[in-house]
Ligand binder design. Structure first.
Ligand SMILES: [Zn+2]
Ligand SMILES: [Zn+2]
Length: 225
C-alpha cells in the first residue's frame, strides 16, 4: 500500500512540475485516471511543500526546514538522538557567514548565536483575534522578518541548543556562554506574540540579542573568545 501511495505521489509531483498544476489539481487528475489512487497524509504534506517551494526541492529554504522539523516532531517522544542535519552549524565554529547574512549575538556577552538564514519566518497572526481562535486563524498576513508584532525570532535548532533539547519536550534556551535566558523551546509548539502558533518552536527574544550586519575577521575572533 505504501508503494502504491508513493507511486501516486510521484505521478502527482510529475504533473505539478510539468503541467504547472497545484497539488490538489494534479492529485485530482491522477485520481481521475485511476480512481483507487490514494496518497497518505504524509505524502500529501510533502506535495503541499513541493508546491509551496515552486516544484523544486530547496533544502535551505525555511519552508523545507520547518517541514522537516514538523515531521521530526511527530516522532519526537521516542527520539533521543536528533539527526545532525536539523541543527544549524554553530556560528562560532566556522567562519562561513556570508556578508549578506545578519549574525545575532547574545546582548549580554556578545556570543554569536545564530544567523539570519536560521530564522524560520511565520505568517503573522492577527493579534488578540488569533489568541481567541487558538490554532485556527483566518486572516493572517505574511510577516517576513516578524518586525511588527513578533517579539521573538523563531529559528531552526542551532548546535549549541542540542544538550537542552534532547529527551525533553520543552524548556528554556540559555546562552551557552553566559547562561542568561534567551528564550524557550517546545516540541509541541509555542504561540508567538503575534498570535501565530509555531510547531515546534525555538524562540529567542529579540530583546536578548543584537544584530550584527557585517562580520569582519576581527569581529569573528571577538565572537569566538
Ligand atoms: Zn509572530
Ligand atoms: Zn551570553
Amino acid at each position: 500500500q505504501a508503494g502504491v501511495s508513493r507511486s501516486v505521489a510521484v505521478a502527482t509531483a510529475y504533473l505539478m512540475k510539468t503541467e504547472g498544476l497545484g497539488w490538489e489539481e494534479a492529485y485530482a487528475a491522477v485520481r481521475a485516471a485511476k480512481p483507487d489512487a490514494e496518497v497518505n497524509p504524509g505524502f500529501q504534506g510533502q506535495l503541499k511543500l513541493y508546491e509551496a517551494m515552486g516544484c523544486a526541492v530547496d533544502s535551505s529554504s525555511a519552508l523545507y526546514k520547518r517541514y522537516r522539523l514538523q515531521m521530526l516532531t511527530e516522532r519526537y517522544p521516542e527520539l533521543q538522538d536528533l539527526p545532525r542535519e536539523v541543527f544549524a552549524v554553530d556560528p562560532t565554529t566556522v567562519c562561513q557567514t556570508l556578508n549578506t547574512e545578519v549574525l545575532y549575538r547574545c546582548r549580554k556577552c556578545r556570543r554569536a548565536l545564530f544567523r539570519s538564514s536560521s530564522i524560520l519566518s511565520h505568517m503573522e497572526g492577527s493579534g488578540p483575534a488569533a489568541f481567541a481562535h487558538k490554532r485556527v486563524t483566518d486572516s493572517a498576513q505574511l510577516c517576513v522578518d516578524g518586525r511588527d508584532k513578533c517579539t521573538s525570532y523563531f529559528t531552526e535548532p542551532v548546535q549549541w541548543m542540542e544538550p537542552a533539547l534532547l529527551g525533553v519536550m520543552e524548556g528554556q534556551l540559555l546562552c551557552p556562554k553566559c547562561t542568561s535566558k534567551l528564550g524557550s523551546f517546545s516540541w509541541r509548539g509555542e504561540q508567538c506574540s503575534c498570535g501565530r502558533w509555531v510547531t515546534p518552536a525555538f524562540q529567542i527574544h529579540k530583546s536578548r540579542v543584537d544584530e550584527v550586519r557585517t562580520l569582519s575577521a576581527g569581529n569573528f575572533q571577538a565572537a569566538k573568545t
